[in-house]
Design a protein around this ligand. Structure first.
Ligand code: WTA
Length: 651
C-alpha cells in the first residue's frame, strides 16, 4: 500500500465532528436516517424507486439479474438518456429554465435553457445521423469545456451512438490510441480552447491523431470563437471536416430519440490501469442514469433554486456523471467554466461563485490545497454566502484541507460531502448525506443507501484495515472493458469470488466510517488524475536513449502525488540536463502533459528482487528521501547506495 499507515492511525482518532445544520437537515432530499436500513432490507426496491422517477418508454420486467460478475439492471426497460435529460423537463413546462450557464476563460458567456439545449442536441443528432452515425457506432469527443461538449454527449445518446470522451489535455498519440481501440467513426473537436491565457490547439492535435486513426471518417469542428479560429487555423480537410455551426444550421430542429434498451452501452471512457494500455470502461443506460440521478439529487441535496457547479472536466468520469448526466437528469441549473482557476487571477472560482450565486460547489482536494496555498485573501474578496453544500472527489482529502474548505469557503455553514467512487463505479458509492451524516474531516463516511461496501483481507475475510470491496451489485457498475472482457474479469473479479475489487486500501474507524487510504496497485493519483506507472514507463522506454525505467509516486503537497521516474540509459549514452528535459517532453508527447515526471533520476541500475521484480517501495523511499527499509530480497544491495547517491546529486 502506497500510503503511510502510521499517519492514518492518527487520523482515525479524529475527534472533530460536524452535524448537519438544521436549515439543511429539515428540508433535505434525504433526511430520515431510516433510509439506510430500508435500502439495505430491499436494495432492488430502493433502486427501482429512483428509476421510477425517470421516463421509460417501456417498463422493466425485472429490476436485477445478477449472474456474478454480470449484472443487468432494469431488464427489458426502454429509455433514452437525452430524452430524460431534456425532453422530460421541457414537456413538464420547464423549457425556459436555465440548463447550462457557461463562462469561457476570457470571460465570454452563454446560457442555454432546457428548450434551447434540446433543440441544439436534436440538430446535432440529426447531423450525426446524416454523417452516417448509427446506433452502436462510436464517436470520439475531444473538446474543451464548452457547452458543445455536453451537446455532443447528449446528441450521441439521442441516436444511440456510444461516445468516448477524450480529455483535451491528452496528446495526439493518446487520442489516436483511443480512436483505434474504440474504432470510432466520427470525431468531434474544436479549433481550440483556452487554458491559462493560451490556446490549446485541439484541431491541430486531432489532425495529427487522424493520420493514424483510419476508422474515423468524418470530423466535426466547433469554432470556439472567430478570433481563435484565425489564430489556430488548422486547415479543414475537404470531405472529412465539417464546421459544427454549419452542420447545426443545416439540420432539422427535431429528432426522435432512439428507444434504447436499459442494458445498451451508453458510453466508453478510457482510464489508466496497471498495464501500459488504458482500458475502455463500459457503462450502460438504465442503471447508470438511475444511480447518477439519485446520487446527484441526494448527495448534493439538490433543490429547485440551487445553482450547481462541478469544476471537473467532461473528459473525466466526474464530468460525465456530475456535470452532464446527473444534474441534467435532475433539471438542475448547471454552471460550466472553461478555464483555469488562476486566470486572470487566483480569485476566478470565487468570482464565478459570487457572480452566478453558486449554491453547490464540487471540486477536488488538489484544487483545495492549491487554494489554501494561494491564501485566504482570494476567496475573502468575494461574497460566498450563496454556498450551501460543498463536495470533494478524486483522492483522500487531508483533514487540514477539509477544515480550510469548511471554514474559509463554507463559512462554517456548509456540509462537506467527501465522495468516494471511480470511473468504474459510474456514480458516487461512499459519501455523507448532507442532511443526515455527522461528518469528520478526512473520511468519506458510509456507503450510500443501497450500496454494500466492506473492507477485506487477501482471503476475503472482513477486517478493519485492508482492501475496499463492493460486495453487492449496484446500478451504475461497469459492465466490461471495451474489447477486453478478460481484463475486466482479471482486474476486478479475480481477487475474491463474486466481489468487486476497487484497487483502494481502506480502514474502518470506531464509528464504522470508511477512511480511504489510496491505491494499492500501480496506479498513481496525480492531482486527482489516474495515471498508470506502466503507461509512463512505456513512454520512457519508447525514447531511443532509454533501456529501462521504473516509475513511482512521490508525495506532493498540492497534487497529492507526483511522478518520479528512475531511468537507465543505453550503453554509451551520456546523461545530461538536456536529455532529462527531452525525456519529460517525450512523455508529454506520448501521453499528455499530466503524465510528465516531476523527477527523473538517471541511474546505472534499478533495484530488483532476486526474481527480477523492480522494488518500487524502495524507489519510493529513495524518491521521498527516506531511509531505506528492508532490502534483504535485493539481488544487488549496492544498487540502492548508488541510487541514493545519484538522487542526492540530482536534488
Ligand atoms: C480515488 C474519480 C479518497 C481512489 C471519481 C479511486 C478517492 C480513484 C476519492 C478513482 C475520495 C476518488 N477519497 N480517494 N473521496 N474519490 N478517489 O476513476 O483511489 O478518476 O480508486 O474516478 O480516485 O479515480 P477515477
Amino acid at each position: 500500500m502506497s500510503t503511510d499507515s502510521g499517519a492514518f492511525d492518527d487520523l482515525l482518532h479524529e475527534e472533530r465532528r460536524f452535524s448537519p445544520p438544521a436549515e439543511i437537515a429539515d428540508d433535505a432530499v434525504l433526511r430520515d436516517p431510516s433510509v439506510y436500513a430500508e435500502a439495505a432490507s430491499d436494495r432492488e426496491a430502493f433502486w427501482a424507486g429512483w428509476a421510477a422517477e425517470l421516463d421509460w418508454f417501456e417498463p422493466w420486467s425485472k429490476v436485477l439479474e445478477w449472474d456474478p460478475p454480470r449484472a443487468q439492471w432494469f431488464i427489458d426497460g426502454k429509455l433514452n438518456v437525452s430524452h430524460n435529460c431534456l425532453d422530460r423537463h421541457v414537456e413538464a413546462g420547464r423549457g425556459d429554465r436555465r440548463a447550462l450557464i457557461w463562462e469561457g476563460e476570457p470571460g465570454d458567456t452563454r446560457t442555454y435553457s432546457y428548450s434551447e439545449l434540446l433543440e441544439e442536441v436534436s440538430r446535432l443528432a440529426n447531423a450525426l445521423r446524416d454523417l452516417g452515425v448509427e446506433r452502436g457506432d462510436r464517436v470520439t469527443i475531444y473538446l474543451p469545456m464548452i457547452p458543445e461538449a455536453a451537446v455532443a454527449m447528449l446528441a450521441c445518446t439521442r441516436i444511440g451512438a456510444i461516445h468516448s470522451v477524450v480529455f483535451g489535455g491528452f496528446s495526439p498519440e493518446s487520442l489516436a490510441d483511443r480512436n483505434n481501440d474504440a474504432r470510432a467513426k466520427v470525431l468531434i473537436t474544436a479549433d481550440g480552447g483556452w487554458r491559462r491565457g493560451a490556446v490549446v490547439p485541439l484541431k491541430a492535435n486531432a489532425d495529427e491523431a487522424l493520420q493514424t486513426s483510419p476508422t474515423v471518417e468524418n470530423v466535426v469542428v466547433v469554432a470556439r470563437g472567430g478570433a481563435l479560429t484565425e489564430e489556430v487555423a488548422a486547415p479543414m480537410v475537404d470531405g472529412r471536416d465539417h464546421w459544427y455551426h454549419e452542420l447545426i444550421a443545416g439540420a432539422a430542429p427535431d429528432c426522435q430519440p432512439e428507444v434504447m434498451d436499459s442494458e445498451d452501452t451508453l458510453f466508453v471512457l478510457y482510464t489508466s490501469g496497471t498495464t501500459g494500455k488504458p482500458k475502455g470502461v463500459v457503462h450502460t443506460t438504465g442503471g447508470y442514469l438511475t444511480q447518477v440521478y439519485a446520487t446527484t439529487k441526494s448527495v448534493f441535496d439538490l433543490h429547485d433554486e440551487d445553482v450547481y457547479w462541478c469544476t471537473a472536466d467532461v473528459g473525466w468520469i466526474t464530468g460525465h456523471s456530475y456535470i452532464v448526466y446527473g444534474p441534467l437528469a435532475n433539471c438542475a441549473q448547471v454552471v460550466m467554466y472553461e478555464g483555469a482557476p488562476d486566470t486572470p487571477d487566483r480569485g476566478r472560482f470565487w468570482e464565478l461563485c459570487q457572480k452566478y450565486g453558486v449554491t453547490i460547489f464540487y471540486t477536488a482536494p488538489t484544487a483545495i490545497r492549491a487554494f489554501m496555498r494561494w491564501g485566504d485573501q482570494w476567496p475573502g474578496e468575494y461574497d460566498l454566502s450563496s454556498l450551501r453544500i460543498l463536495g470533494t472527489v478524486g483522492e483522500p482529502i487531508n483533514p487540514e484541507a477539509w477544515m480550510w474548505y469548511h471554514e474559509v469557503i463554507g463559512g462554517e455553514r456548509c456540509p462537506i460531502v467527501d465522495t468516494w467512487w471511480q470511473t468504474e463505479t459510474g456514480g458516487i458509492m461512499i459519501t455523507p448525506l448532507p442532511g443526515i451524516t455527522e461528518t469528520k474531516p478526512g473520511t468519506a463516511t458510509r456507503p450510500f443507501p443501497g450500496i454494500e461496501a466492506k473492507i477485506l483481507d487477501d482471503d476475503g475475510n472482513e477486517t478493519r484495515a485492508g482492501y475496499l470491496a463492493i460486495t453487492e451489485p449496484w446500478p451504475s457498475m461497469l459492465r466490461t472493458v471495451w474489447g477486453d472482457d478478460e481484463r475486466f474479469m482479471q482486474t476486478y473479479w479475480s481477487k475474491w469470488k463474486d466481489i468487486y475489487f476497487a484497487g483502494d486500501g481502506a480502514k474502518l474507524d470506531s464509528d464504522d466510517y470508511f477512511w480511504i487510504l489510496g491505491r494499492v496497485d500501480d496506479v498513481l493519483n496525480v492531482a486527482g488524475h489516474r495515471i498508470g506507472t506502466a503507461e509512463v514507463e512505456s513512454a520512457l522506454v519508447d525514447h531511443h536513449a532509454v533501456v529501462e525505467s521504473a516509475v513511482v509516486g512521490k508525495k506532493h503537497d498540492i497534487k497529492g502525488e507526483s511522478i518520479a521516474a528512475f531511468v537507465t540509459l543505453k550503453e554509451g549514452i551520456e546523461g545530461s540536463e538536456e536529455l532529462v528535459a527531452e525525456l519529460r517532453q517525450h512523455v508529454g508527447t506520448k501521453i499528455g502533459a499530466i503524465a510528465k515526471p516531476e523527477l527523473i533520476v538517471l541511474t546505472a541500475d534499478l533495484p530488483k528482487t532476486r526474481s527480477g521484480k523492480i522494488m518500487r517501495r524502495l524507489l519510493r523511499d529513495i524518491a521521498e528521501g527516506r531511509a531505506v527499509g528492508d532490502t534483504t530480497t535485493l539481488a544487488d544491495p549496492a544498487v540502492v547506495r548508488r541510487l541514493q547517491d545519484e538522487h542526492e546529486e540530482e536534488g
